[in-house]
Write a protein that binds this ligand. Structure first.
Ligand SMILES: [Zn+2]
Length: 360
């Protein structure tokens, strides 16, 4: 009997965890023409051109890192990384460059990074102290295929004036505003943020002001912002993540909406390293694997307004798939303040499929 070839690729034998569908099951994932076309038990390998055996591995929707810096050639801080080696090779299929360049460098970013990377790359425009909101808004609108918003601000130079400019730019571009919680008071920054906007470095260590009051309680203005639809992003980075702050927030029922690295030249060799290490840190803090995966797949896809297409293994979705091994042992993790926590689990990247193609 001759089987008809129905699939381009079969990801076979793994434990599929897809929070977008509430799936936690041993299933095979079938791909055809860059899309997910079937999820099932014991799909016939003879019906597929290519088979990726992933026995004993965890299979998730392609992981999305919502805070990176990947303009390795240029960029105003000269801190970008080569995204395919620091993200794709670490199990990440999509990244958001969180403000590495200004409007004048958009074409260079498109040419050198977006079009020449195997990783899917989106970006935010970084607000300049004297930026023109009209120009920013127009630039976003003209490059919607990869520009998704405005970044206030990058590095320690945030001012009230820049916050106002960034808000106006996001309004004109009809796009997302991502803010760092530095510069003006957090209460003021949050007042400028609307539904769908993102606060990054949310759990940064003291003495900078953060989500907590002096007694370690989550500030009322933070709860109000979340109720309004503002998202909390991790943005680990060299100085943006504290275990102690994260633990206090988790205890009060405030996890990050999205887990992300803020990977750049000064954080990639520690304390951040990569996305799987960052995800494993939340497991060390007691978050379940499902929750960690949800905040690294479905949730960032929602922020990017690409849910249904990215961050899911639903039939018809883009065939971006990440496969990990779950290592068990004693793993010591470090935050941006040099504090350490020991975890029992660590995710190890094994394979990456982007748009149906095995790229790693
Ligand atoms: Zn950053």
């Amino acid at each position: 009997m001759v089987e008809t070839v129905k699939y381009d690729l079969l990801v076979k034998g793994g434990l599929v965890i897809d929070p977008s569908q509430g799936i936690h099951d041993k299933l095979d994932v079938a791909v055809f023409k860059g899309r997910i076309v079937n999820l099932g038990v014991n799909l016939n390998p003879k019906e597929s051109k290519e088979v990726l055996e992933v026995d004993g591995q965890i299979v998730t929707p392609g992981v999305i890192d919502l805070h990176t810096h990947v303009f390795y050639l240029l960029g105003h801080k000269r801190e970008g990384l080569k995204v395919d080696s620091t993200s794709l090779a670490k199990g990440v299929t999509t990244v958001l460059d969180a403000g590495s360049f200004y409007p004048e460098d958009v074409e260079a970013f498109r040419y050198y990074i977006v079009e020449r990377s195997r990783t899917r790359v989106y970006a935010l425009l970084s607000m300049k102290p004297d930026g023109n909101p009209r120009e920013y808004g127009g630039t976003v609108k003209a490059n919607r295929d990869f520009l998704v918003g405005i970044k206030y601000h990058h590095g320690g130079l945030g001012t009230m004036d820049m916050l106002i400019l960034a808000r106006e730019a996001a309004d004109r571009g009809e796009c997302t505003l991502m803010c760092e919680p530095y510069g003006p008071k957090l209460k003021t920054i949050l007042e400028y943020m609307y539904r769908g906007d993102v606060l990054t470095h949310s759990f940064h260590p003291p003495p900078r002001r953060g989500l907590l009051d002096e007694d370690g309680k989550v500030l009322p203005e933070v709860w109000e912002a979340i109720k309004r639809g503002v998202y909390l992003d991790q943005g680990h980075g060299r100085s943006g993540f504290s275990f102690e702050v994260a633990e206090k927030c988790l205890k009060q029922g405030l996890p990050p909406f999205t887990i992300s690295t803020d990977l750049h030249k000064l954080s990639v060799n520690g304390p951040v390293y990569d996305m799987p290490t960052t995800m494993s840190k939340w497991m060390a803090l007691g978050m379940s694997l499902e929750e960690v995966i949800k905040r690294s797949t479905l949730h960032p896809a929602i922020v990017l307004k690409k849910d249904g297409y990215l961050g899911t293994l639903k039939i018809g979705a883009c065939a971006d798939i990440s496969c990990f091994k779950m290592l068990e042992g004693e793993f010591v993790f470090e935050d941006s303040a040099g504090e350490k926590r020991t975890g029992r689990y660590k995710l190890e990247p094994m394979h990456v499929v982007r748009s149906g193609e095995v790229v790693f």
